[in-house]
Every structure is written in C-alpha cells, then in structure tokens.
Design a protein around this ligand. Structure first.
Ligand code: ZN
Length: 141
C-alpha cells in the first residue's frame, strides 16, 4: 500500500558532478541564465558545491576536494555528469523508516546535515535501479 503521507513533494535539486567548479559555474550561468547564488564547502562530503535556481528546482554543481571522496570516485569511474536527484519529503525520519520497511537500501540510516543546512539522506543505488537518490527534509532548521 502506497500511503500519500510518504509521497515526495518535489525535486529539491539535481546534483551534477564536475571536474572544475569555476569553469562549470561560468557555463551553467550561461545555460540557466541565472547567477550562482551560493557556494559552499561540505567537508564531510569532500565537496565544493555551487547552487543555481532553475525555476523552482535547484541545480547543485559538485567538485571533489579529495580524489577519495564520493564525487572524486564517481568522476573517476563514470566521468562528469548527473550524480544524484534530491526529492523533498515532509518528514525525513518517517520517510526513511518507510523505505526500510519496503526493503529499500539506505546509505544513511539516520538523516545528516547536507548543504544549505537541510537534513538529508541517500538511498542505496543498488535499490533504485542505479539512480542515486537523496531525500531532503522540507523543514529548514
Ligand atoms: Zn544533493
């Protein structure tokens, strides 16, 4: 039974892995026609990020700060490109409990802080037909 309570309410952002953030920022400013509104280093994820608003959805560019980090490894294996899709959820704790109950593998069993101070968690791509899916709690702290 799919419960409405567990439905996602939108795409929070799409993450794109890039080799050189500064070059990618200049390019995506042209593609999207908007300025990058924020850059942030997330040390736990070993990434430097840049955000854009594309209508109601954000685009997050991710550059690795360490070849051993998740983005460094991703680019090494698969090259640059779309890395993950982040869905907004009403209550991330309930959502993760629901996924576990459905047998969907989780990289993060408990939410953690992602960029922009949001509580986030990643699902395991082995459980999602190869797409890396992030869920973001709607509530900002
Ligand atoms: Zn993300």
């Amino acid at each position: 039974m799919i419960s409405n309570i567990m439905g996602v309410s939108g795409v929070e952002h799409i993450g794109i892995a890039v080799r050189e953030l500064d070059q990618a920022i200049r390019l995506y400013e042209k593609i999207l026609g908007v300025k990058c509104y924020k850059q942030e280093i997330v040390p736990e994820q070993k990434v430097r990020t840049a955000f854009f608003m594309a209508g109601n959805t954000k685009i997050e560019l991710l550059e690795s700060t360490d070849p051993e980090g998740p983005i460094g490894k991703f680019i090494e294996k698969r090259g640059e490109g779309i890395h993950h899709i982040a869905f907004l959820v009403k209550d991330i704790d309930e959502q993760l409990t629901y996924y576990e109950g459905e047998g969907i593998g989780l990289i993060d069993k408990k939410p953690r802080k992602g960029a922009e101070g949001l509580d986030i968690a990643f699902l395991h791509p082995k459980s999602t037909n190869g797409a890396l899916i992030e869920v973001c709690d709607e509530k900002k702290e």
